[in-house]
Design a protein around this ligand. Structure first.
Ligand SMILES: [Zn+2]
Length: 273
């Protein structure tokens, strides 16, 4: 498991320049790697993993893999992969939430997917070596279980139940992506903002987040003043509250009334298995 090797090829490429205000790519990656525990997650023997895909492993299979599984603490704004990076580790979030970003030539970004405890970062590589389709960045700090791609591929090949679980998740990801296309084309920024907050709330099971208007603007692919304008209106209606790099949901039912249906459909991803 060569998780240290990635930093040796990390050149902190030019794309980082467009991500002003967040941790540089190279430093962020090193911190992700350094936060991967060297100890297997002992408590998992008793409780099982808190990730839906890993829960598809039968108990004996999980015990065999356990020696190769390490726990990572993913910190907000850290990059797990940049677009086109070769995937050498697969990360299974437990409490962390990770965003998939697409980056345009002019530096603008837009979020195209969210990965939480129902899924995994780099899971497409479970059936064969491949590169990251998107830039993946930690949105909500938390824990994840990490395992070498090649080791996990061998486990998948010998476990039809695990294969079915991963196929179900990949199909759900395709649906999520299709929904994003529709949402980004036809629904207002306010609807998308509220829907994204609700999705984040459901996936993380949290009410408050370390979040800036700049980050939300990157997620929605809009300019920051648009986010600030909408956030002020939502705060006036006591649906949210926010301060310096902090945002709290105060009335999720009220946000539901504004959000498009896309958020409810995307939140259903965690129940597909
Ligand atoms: Zn929508």
């Amino acid at each position: 498991m060569n998780i240290q090797g990635r930093s040796s090829t990390d050149t902190g490429n030019g794309r980082n320049g467009i991500l002003r205000g967040v941790t540089p790519v190279s430093a962020a990656r090193r911190r992700v790697v350094n936060n991967v525990s060297t100890d297997p997650p002992k408590e998992d023997t008793r409780l099982g993993p808190a990730n839906t895909i890993l829960q598809a492993l039968d108990h004996e299979q999980f015990l065999r893999l356990r020696q190769f599984i390490k726990r990572a603490h993913l910190v907000k704004d850290q990059y797990v992969y940049q677009q086109d990076d070769e995937i050498d580790m697969i990360y299974f979030p437990e409490t962390a939430v990770v965003s998939d970003f697409q980056i345009l030539e002019d530096g603008r970004t837009i979020e195209v997917g969210i990965i939480a405890s129902e899924g995994a970062v780099g899971i497409a590589s479970a059936f064969g070596s491949c590169r990251a389709a998107n830039c993946t960045q930690v949105c909500v700090s938390g824990s994840a279980l990490a395992i070498g791609r090649d080791i996990f591929e061998r486990a998948v090949m010998s476990d039809p139940r695990l294969q079915r679980s991963i196929h179900a998740y990949l199909n759900a990801q395709v649906k999520q992506l299709s929904q994003r296309v529709v949402c980004n084309t036809f629904h207002s920024v306010e609807q998308r903002f509220c829907g994204w907050l609700l999705t984040l709330h459901r996936r993380s099971r949290r009410q408050s987040f370390t979040l800036t208007h700049e980050h939300v603007a990157r997620v929605l692919g809009v300019h920051r003043p648009s986010v600030t304008y909408i956030a002020q209106a939502l705060r006036d209606r006591e649906l949210i509250d926010y301060g310096r790099a902090r945002l709290e949901i105060r009335n999720s039912a009220g946000l539901e009334q504004i959000a498009c249906r896309c958020s409810a459909d995307q939140s259903a991803l965690q129940f597909v298995h």
